[in-house]
Ligand binder design. Structure first.
Ligand SMILES: [Zn+2]
Length: 351
């Protein structure tokens, strides 16, 4: 058989095999076809070998014919390869769908909500029912928003009360030590009436059983005409009872914070001993929760509010501290160690 006849024959055989591969519609059939013709022991490879051994006078004509067949086969197989990709996709799409009504047989562990998130969600819910809106603010901020605008000028001793992380190389920038910076941002951007809570992370160089370098606070404040100390007392009493139970007493104690006047701290009756005194409350019968007060006129001045027209109150407390009391945790650091077993004690859903 001459080379011309051989190449004709291979071309014919390929037509048949090509159609069969299309009928099969499987990627494996394409690969089998490729190997059968273009592989090391393939029919076309053998034909090319014959061409190399052909006589000088036969070679031009035969070479032309063999090359035509080769181009034809290579193009056809390339086309099949791209068809194979769509066959694969079709196979995936047509696979039997998953029956989601079947019961789960294996024991899958599911995550739970972190106690701090749980507490935070609960607090936000309570304050929303009291008409507060939630706002956010920067964790890295200028000294002005964290201190100066809050009536804590340079060299004020209150700056030493909060061991501050300053940012290296940045002029007067720090990690906020309190969420009160949000109070300043909000008041500078909006006009009263305001009823806002601002939950967030704060940072102080401090670490022991009841202190961590990062912790969560909620700042709340109300600004309007004729806001009084009684409004503040009512708000604090309402949310403490919502968290700890309506039968527990709450109280305010006089205290000092530079950004309020007058200032107070607020406590809730110890839920363990009901005020009689126990280890949890260090025999005082009370659990300290946070600080509050009437917003200082200097703060209003810093944000451009008329302090003769507006008054307001602010309060702040640690979300982690509340979680610690609410869930009876002995060590605050437990909240941030990521211990799987510890975190598994908390519910999967918040209510
Ligand atoms: Zn107690």
């Amino acid at each position: 058989m001459s080379l011309l006849e051989k190449s004709e024959l291979i071309k014919k055989e390929f037509e048949t095999d090509h159609l069969a591969a299309i009928d099969a519609a499987k990627p494996e059939a394409v690969e089998t076809l490729r190997l059968a013709y273009l592989g090391r022991k393939g029919k076309l490879t053998a034909l090319m070998e014959d061409l190399r051994n052909a006589s000088k006078e036969d070679r031009p004509a035969a070479g032309k014919a063999v090359n035509l067949v080769r181009h034809h086969i290579e193009a056809a197989i390339d086309e099949l390869k791209s068809m194979a990709r769509s066959w694969e996709l079709a196979a995936i799409v047509n696979r039997a769908p998953i029956d989601i009504t079947l019961p789960v047989t294996e024991d899958r562990s599911v995550g739970s909500i972190h106690p701090v998130s749980l507490m935070r969600q609960q607090l936000i819910k309570i304050f929303r029912t009291l008409g507060f809106t939630v706002v956010d603010g920067p964790e890295i901020d200028f000294d002005f928003f964290n201190f100066s605008a809050l009536n804590i000028p340079d060299n004020h001793p209150a700056r030493d009360m909060q061991d501050t992380f300053y940012i290296d190389g940045a002029e007067k920038m720090l990690l906020r030590t309190q969420t009160s910076n949000i109070q300043i941002h909000t008041m500078m951007n909006e006009k009263p009436p305001l009823r806002v809570i601002a939950p967030g992370r704060v940072f102080r160089c401090d670490s022991d059983m009841t202190h961590t370098p990062m912790f969560h606070q909620i700042e709340g404040f109300v600004v309007d005409e004729n806001i009084t100390f009684a409004h503040m007392k009512g708000t604090i009493d309402t949310f403490l009872k919502a968290i700890f139970g309506s039968t527990l007493k709450t109280r305010l104690r006089p205290s000092f914070f530079p950004f309020v006047e007058p200032g107070a701290e607020f406590d809730v009756e110890c839920g363990v001993c009901k005020g009689k005194g126990c280890r949890t409350c260090k025999d005082t019968g009370w659990i300290e929760i946070g600080g509050c007060g009437m917003i200082h006129p200097n703060v209003f001045e810093a944000v451009g509010y008329d302090s003769s027209r507006y008054s307001g109150f602010a309060f702040g407390f640690g979300i982690d501290r509340i979680a610690m009391n609410r869930f009876a945790l002995p060590d605050l650091r437990q909240l941030f160690e990521g211990d799987y077993e510890f975190l598994g004690n908390f519910p999967i859903h918040s209510n």
